[in-house]
Design a protein around this ligand. Structure first.
Ligand SMILES: [Zn+2]
Length: 445
C-alpha cells in the first residue's frame, strides 16, 4: 500500500481474516487515521463485557445407559468445568413456585427477570418477537402443528415439519377457521401463533412437548373457556387431513400434521429494558422465536444467524461469530443453544451427551478463548434454563448449576464438577436474583 498519511491501511487491516486481527483492531485506537470499524473503541464507556452461555435443557438425572451418570457428567466438557473451577459455581432455581418449567419462564430467570412478577404466557413473548401487535382484549396462543395417532401425542413437532410446508398448512387453517378476531400467523417449523380476541386467557393448556407418547384425551385444555379451545383444535383436523402437504408427507413416510395444539396463551407482556435496568445494550443469539421475543421485550437485539436450526446440526460457528460481533459493539450477549433440550425431548441420552460436548467445544471454548485474548475485563456465565431429563422427555423444575467467572484469568487447567451434584443438588437461591447482582456489578464496572 502507498505510504500517504490518511490512506495507509492501519496495521490491523493486514491481519484481517483472523479473530485475533479483528480483536487487536478493536482494542487499539488506530493511529493511522483510518475509519470504519477500527475507528470505534470497542469498550465504549468501559463497562465490563458480560456473556451468558446457555445450553437449553442440559440438566438431567442419572441415566443407566450412561453408567448412572447424567449427560452433563458423561460429557467431555472441560471448558464448563474450568469456568466452574476458576470462578464460582452455585445450584440455582430457575422456576418460581406455581409456574410451569418452560423455557420461557426459565430463560427469563437467567436474564434476571422474576417471572413471578412479569410472566403472562409463552405465546405473548413469541408474539413480541414476531412483532405482532396485541390489543387489550387479545390473547396470544402458541399453535403447534402436531401428530396425534390413535389418540396419542406421537410428535409435538409433526416430524419437525419444514417452515415451507407449515406455512401452507397455516394458510389453509386461516382460510378455513380464521375470523376477524381469530388470526393464525406463520412461525418457524412446527411453531406458530394464534391471536384470539377474547380468547380464554385462564384456561389450563398443556404444552404438547410435555405429553409425548401420552393419551391426549387426558391432557386436553381445561378450565374457563376450554371448550372453545378444544373445539378449534378439533376443527383443524379435517382441514389438515385433506391438505396435499400432509398427503405428500404420509406418502413419503413422514409424520403428518394431524391437528393444531393450542397452549402457552396469555395477554400482552411488558418487561423493563436492559438499558433502563442496567444501562446495558446487547443482544441474544438464538435460533428459537421464544428467545427472540424475550430479546425484543428486554430491548436487546436478536440477530438472525444463517443455519441456526435449534438442532444438533446448528451453525455453531455462526452463532459464536454473532455473539462476538455484538460484544465488539455492546456490553451484553446471551448465546443460546437449543440442541440439548431437543435431545432431552427425544429421550436420547447419547445424543444429548453429544449435544453438550458440542456446546462445550464449539461454543464455550471459542467464546472463552476470545474473551481471554481481548485481555480486558469480562464476566461469563455458563448455565442452563432447566432440566430436560431424557427419562421424562420433558422439563422439570429441579435446580440447575450456574457458574460465573470474572476474567481474564489466563490459562486454567483445573476442573471442578459442573453438573447436577453442585451443592449436593440443593438450590442456593433464585437464578434471577444472582443474575441481577451480576448485571448490576457489570454496570458499575
Ligand atoms: Zn428450555
Amino acid at each position: 500500500m502507498i505510504g500517504v498519511v490518511g490512506q495507509i491501511p492501519c496495521a490491523q487491516d493486514v491481519v484481517t481474516g483472523s479473530t485475533r486481527g479483528v480483536e487487536l483492531a478493536a482494542q487499539k485506537d488506530c493511529q493511522n487515521g483510518c475509519f470504519g470499524r477500527h475507528s470505534r473503541p470497542s469498550f465504549g464507556i468501559n463497562k465490563m463485557k458480560t456473556l451468558v452461555l446457555l445450553g437449553d435443557g442440559m440438566g438431567d438425572f442419572p441415566v443407566e445407559e450412561l453408567g448412572n451418570r447424567t449427560p452433563l457428567q458423561a460429557a467431555h466438557a472441560p471448558t464448563m468445568r474450568r469456568i466452574a473451577a476458576a470462578g464460582e459455581v452455585r445450584m440455582v432455581s430457575t422456576v418460581p413456585e406455581g409456574l410451569p418449567p418452560g423455557s420461557d419462564v426459565a430463560n427469563m430467570a437467567i436474564l434476571g427477570y422474576d417471572a413471578a412478577l412479569n410472566y403472562t404466557g409463552r405465546a405473548p413473548i413469541e408474539a413480541a418477537g414476531a412483532d405482532l401487535p396485541m390489543g387489550a382484549e387479545d390473547v396470544a396462543f402458541r399453535c403447534n402443528l402436531v401428530t396425534v395417532q390413535d389418540g396419542v401425542m406421537v410428535d409435538y413437532s409433526a416430524g419437525h415439519i419444514s417452515t415451507e410446508e407449515a406455512a401452507e398448512l397455516i394458510e389453509a387453517l386461516q382460510a378455513g377457521l380464521g375470523t376477524e378476531g381469530l388470526a393464525f400467523h406463520v412461525g418457524v417449523q412446527y411453531r406458530h401463533l394464534l391471536i384470539w380476541k377474547g380468547g380464554a386467557a385462564d384456561a389450563f393448556c398443556m404444552p404438547p412437548h410435555e405429553i409425548s407418547d401420552r393419551a391426549v384425551a387426558e391432557h386436553l385444555p381445561d378450565g374457563a373457556g376450554a371448550e372453545a379451545i378444544q373445539e378449534l383444535m378439533e376443527r383443524s383436523k379435517a382441514i389438515l387431513a385433506a391438505h396435499p402437504v400432509n398427503q405428500r408427507r404420509v406418502a413419503e413416510g413422514k409424520a403428518p400434521a394431524t391437528q393444531i395444539w393450542l397452549w402457552g396463551q396469555g395477554r400482552s407482556m411488558q418487561l423493563d429494558s436492559y438499558q433502563a435496568l442496567y444501562g446495558l445494550k446487547g443482544g441474544i443469539v438464538s435460533a428459537v422465536d421464544l428467545l427472540k421475543g424475550l430479546a425484543k421485550l428486554a430491548g436487546l437485539e436478536a440477530p438472525t444467524v444463517e443455519g441456526a436450526t435449534g438442532l444438533i446440526d446448528t451453525n455453531y460457528a455462526g452463532k459464536v461469530a454473532a455473539a462476538q460481533e455484538i460484544l465488539m459493539r455492546e456490553d451484553f450477549a446471551y448465546l443460546h443453544i437449543e440442541a440439548p433440550d431437543e435431545c432431552g425431548h427425544l429421550g436420547d441420552a447419547a445424543l444429548k451427551t453429544e449435544a453438550i460436548e458440542r456446546f462445550d467445544a464449539q461454543v464455550c471454548a471459542p467464546m472463552l478463548a476470545w474473551l481471554e485474548e481481548r485481555g480486558e475485563p469480562y464476566q461469563v456465565i455458563v448455565t442452563m434454563d432447566h432440566r430436560t431429563p431424557v427419562s421424562l422427555k420433558g422439563h422439570c423444575s429441579d435446580p440447575v448449576p450456574m457458574a460465573h467467572l470474572c476474567g481474564p484469568v489466563g490459562t486454567v487447567s483445573k476442573e471442578l464438577p459442573f453438573d447436577e451434584t453442585v451443592n449436593n443438588g440443593i438450590s442456593q437461591g433464585m437464578a434471577c436474583a444472582w443474575m441481577q447482582e451480576i448485571l448490576n456489578s457489570s454496570a458499575d464496572g
